[in-house]
Design a protein around this ligand. Structure first.
Ligand SMILES: [Fe+2]
Length: 278
């Protein structure tokens, strides 16, 4: 909510999201949410930009590097989703084509966003099974980590999991609940999103595996998330909703869920029951 931030006293960031606080603290402007005033182009209406050779090369580098380290670390659903998307290894894919794949898999579609969306617009899109994706790629000096969304994060990180039916349903329900949430509940849902969609782990064959897109799209986080420095806690929506985090460093605490069915059901029970949002 960049518009509301201007009315706050200096240093009073209570009630703002981590991204909003970052924006007000003068950090990367790509982290400042955008309020859209016209519908985003969706599916076949998305026109792909002309990418430079250097931009395609950044994609190729990131794609190769992650594909080498994800097998055995990322969960099966993510790896199957990656396979289903048939991402090219040497060039940036077109969002319009990815939208068709998601539509066939789980009736989601892709909307092209000019940047990080204002949360109301973001939730509205999710509630309508629309995934807002950027179409620009990070710069050469940001290969290891970028706190702002770019298409590698959105496409390679987010889209594979949206092909998983329970995750896809959960994500829509998340959008619906968030649209109804205000105040403290909104903040709880934002933290829950961080510890699931962005940085979630799932138990598989007795071991935690990665599904959070902030991890699968980051070289450092992929190693860090399954290493000894991270405190892995059991899935607990209320605790996750209350847990603080910040977007600029490797994550010290992660939560592991038993399955995507458990994620969907656990969210329904929490957001629909305790929070009264569904
Ligand atoms: Fe993300």
């Amino acid at each position: 909510m960049t518009d509301s931030g201007a009315t706050l006293a200096e240093g009073d960031f209570s009630g703002l999201s981590a991204y909003e606080r970052a924006g007000l603290e003068g950090k990367d402007p790509r982290c400042i949410p955008i309020k859209i005033d016209a519908p985003l182009p969706v599916g076949e209406a998305i026109v792909a930009p002309e990418y430079s050779k250097a931009e395609h090369e950044i994609w190729a580098f990131l794609y190769k590097r992650q594909c080498e380290i994800l097998p055995g670390r990322a969960c099966r659903a993510y790896m199957q989703g990656l396979e289903a998307l048939q991402l090219p290894s040497d060039r940036i894919p077109a969002l319009s084509e990815l939208s068709l794949t998601l539509e066939k898999a789980t009736h989601w579609r892709v909307a092209r966003t000019p940047g990080l969306l204002h949360e109301q617009d973001f939730f509205e899109a999710l509630a309508n099974r629309l995934f807002p994706s950027t179409d620009y790629i990070r710069e050469q000096h940001e290969l290891d980590y970028t706190p702002a969304p770019d298409l590698f994060h959105d496409v390679f990180g987010h889209m594979p999991m949206i092909t998983e039916p329970d995750f896809a349903d959960f994500y829509q329900r998340y959008g619906q609940a968030s649209l109804r949430a205000t105040g403290a509940n909104r903040r709880k849902l934002e933290s829950f999103h961080w510890f699931t969609v962005e940085f979630g782990l799932v138990q598989e064959d007795g071991e935690p595996r990665i599904y959070g897109n902030g991890i699968v799209s980051s070289y450092q986080e992929t190693f860090h998330a399954l290493g000894h420095e991270v405190e892995v806690r059991p899935f607990d929506p209320e605790a996750m909703g209350a847990q603080s985090y910040e977007v600029w460093h490797l994550q010290p605490i992660l939560y592991v869920v038993d399955s995507f069915e458990a994620l969907k059901q656990g969210f329904e029970d929490w957001a629909g029951g305790q929070l009264g949002l569904l």
